[in-house]
Design a protein around this ligand. Sequence first.
Ligand SMILES: [Zn+2]
Ligand SMILES: [Zn+2]
Length: 294
Amino acid sequence: MTADLDDLYQRMTSRLNQLRQERSELEEILAFYDKVLAAQQETQQQTAIPEIDLPEERLRLKVEEGFPLIDRGDFQVDRDSSRELFRRICHLSMEENPVLAAAGETLLEAMDSGKLDLVRLSAAVLQNDTEVIEGVAKDLEVAIPVVQALTKLSLQPSLLASVQAVAQRAAIDDWQYGYCPVCGGLPAMAALVGEEGKREALCSFCGNFWQLPRLMCPFCSTDKQEDLRYFHGEGDDLYRVYVCEQCRSYLKVMDTREGGDARTLAVDDVASGHLDLLAEEEGYQRKAPRLLGI
Ligand SMILES: [Zn+2]
Ligand SMILES: [Zn+2]
């Protein structure tokens, strides 16, 4: 594991511990995510992916044209370690998470009996092949977002290794789009950083971070200021919900002056689930899938 990834896991873990102390009402979900994160970190150390074949010239052209660096089907996966992680996450769901317990058990049993082809499902999640994902979900009677999320959690170490292998080879610091420069994924959440109101986003697919263009909806690209606004949850200055009246989507944004930093966004996304409910009640839609599927 590279020093960058080591640092990332450490920050997320300490943020998680801090939130567990500050927000006791979230204990159940955060205790579960803590164990998932520890399993991902351990897996990350054993994850080795084949090289991604992307010559410099091709990377340069992609950035120039506004295309993401890696096509979703070109992400490399360490199949053995991700299979083992999938197994662990199913067990953790059964033991630590009442909402996911039945799904974890069903998926594990289906894998062991050969009913579930994890390689095929993983490829479908990577390429967002909704037909295959929906087929598995229907067959096993598990909710689609849960099938997707548990599989995705097991692929995260491989995805992060892919990002590490490619992102530093391309000039993506001035990326001007609402989608991720590495994979084209949508922001899961963003963090307000520094005094000028820069928003740094976490990619919902590959886990990369990038700076969102200012004063623009990352989902429909509108910059009509009268259609963009934000609100807070009651008594909570840490998280904001930015909404867009053009496309009726929302993005949660953490104010890092109040706590956390951009690298902890995955944890803060889980911890601010109440704002997802609030935004959806107000009629806005979350465009990126939820990390834990619930
Ligand atoms: Zn991405
Ligand atoms: Zn919009």
